[in-house]
Structure formats: structure tokens, C-alpha cells
Design a protein around this ligand. Structure first.
Ligand code: CA
Length: 228
């Protein structure tokens, strides 16, 4: 692997799709490696240290959800998940898996590359207000420079998108943020077509941070409850 290229791990068991995605990403200037099943995906992620993982859901060995869990437990890395159908995307969003974006098959390479670039752009920019350093609110301790979070002294591992979402809620604590505003501020999306992505990440954040922090304002959006 060469110096400063952006590395993408493609996890897909259908060889034609894997090959097509890998070829296109290589043509776009990315470093690419491919894994075809769950266990080798986890192994590859460890050895290759990709900047992003393109992850199919249905895989031999164990599935993409398990790959996501195991990889994220070791090192936060952005994940773009490939799903077979829209209802599969809904299911995964409901589970709060922690993928940064979802692309439904069949997809165009152009769309996939655009989504990958959008996620990378988001993750590579400094955390919002990074210069301000650490913030404490209630039992939360957020170090924006180091992108680390603790609740009640316990370290919480967040994906890059979950972290940005938490910082956005924290900066506006007490206020209710609509899904559209969160999409625009955290994801840089001007349209509101991806609001279920917001729900997915809120769900994952709640699971990791524990109860009593993020309030759902029905029909409006979300707010962070932490007392300052
Ligand atoms: Ca598959």
C-alpha cells in the first residue's frame, strides 16, 4: 500500500459485484482490497486499516452486521452498507447498526462513489468546534479534539458519524433539532430524503450512551437533555 492513498475495503461475496466495485474504486484513485466472507473481512480490516468499508449484508461465515460490530469494536471506521432491498435498509436502520450510509442494490457505480466520497469528506473534516477541546455536560465528557466520549467515567466507542451527531446535539442542547437540520449539519445533505439515516444513528447513540440523554420530540426531532 502506498503512502497517502485512501484505502477502501470491499466486502462482498458475489465476485462480479466485488470486482466491479473494486475496479471502479481503483480507477477513482482509491487503494482497494476485497474480502468475500465475514471472518476474512474482520481479518482484512485489522491488517489493511481501511479508511472506509463497503459492506454487503448477506455474507458467508457471519453477516455484515456482525462484521460491522466486530470491526467497530476495535477501531471506528466509516461503513457504507450494501443492502438487497429497501425493506432490508429499513430493518437495519431500525436496528441502529451504525453504518454511515446505505446503498440499495442494484446501484450505479457513480452513486456508490458519490456516497463514499460524501462519507469520507464528513469524517475527514475536523470535529465541529474542535478547537474548543473538551466539553462536560451531565455525566457526559466529550473531547472533540481526540474524538473521545465518556459517560459516567466509562469510555464509549462511537463511529465517526455518531460522534458528529452527538457534538451537534451537544452544541444545541436544550433545543429541538429537526431531522432535516441534523441531516444538513451532520451529513451535509440539503434534502431531507435521508431522514431514516438520522433515526438510525440516534438509535445507535442511545444504545451506546444509555438512557435519559436524547429525547425524541414526536413529529419534530431530537434534543439532548444533559444538564450543563
Ligand atoms: Ca451477499
Amino acid at each position: 500500500m502506498t503512502g497517502n492513498e485512501t484505502r477502501v475495503l470491499v466486502v462482498e461475496d458475489e465476485p462480479t459485484i466485488a470486482r466491479a466495485v473494486a475496479d471502479r474504486l481503483a480507477a477513482e484513485g482509491f487503494g482497494v482490497q476485497v474480502a468475500g466472507d465475514g471472518p476474512s473481512a474482520v481479518e482484512r480490516a485489522r491488517a489493511y486499516e481501511p479508511h472506509l468499508i463497503v459492506l454487503d449484508v448477506m455474507l458467508p461465515g457471519f453477516d455484515g452486521l456482525e462484521v460491522c460490530r466486530r470491526v467497530q469494536a476495535e477501531r471506528p471506521v466509516p461503513v457504507v452498507m450494501l443492502t438487497a432491498r429497501d425493506d432490508e435498509t429499513d430493518l437495519l436502520v431500525g436496528l441502529g447498526v451504525g453504518a454511515d450510509d446505505y446503498v440499495t442494490k442494484p446501484f450505479s457505480m457513480r452513486e456508490l462513489v458519490a456516497r463514499i466520497r460524501a462519507v469520507l469528506r464528513r469524517v475527514e473534516r475536523p470535529a465541529m468546534g474542535a478547537a474548543d477541546g473538551a466539553v462536560r455536560a451531565g455525566g457526559l465528557e466529550v473531547d472533540r479534539r481526540a474524538r473521545r466520549v465518556r459517560r459516567d467515567g466509562r469510555e464509549v466507542h462511537l463511529t465517526p458519524t455518531e460522534f458528529d451527531l452527538l457534538v451537534c446535539l451537544l452544541r444545541n442542547r436544550g433545543a429541538v433539532l429537526t431531522r432535516a437540520v441534523l441531516l444538513e449539519q451532520v451529513w451535509d445533505w440539503a434534502d431531507a430524503s435521508g431522514t431514516r439515516v438520522v433515526d438510525s444513528h440516534v438509535k445507535a447513540l442511545r444504545r451506546k450512551l444509555g438512557p435519559g440523554l436524547i429525547r425524541t420530540v414526536h413529529g419534530v426531532g431530537y434534543s439532548l437533555e444533559a444538564a450543563s
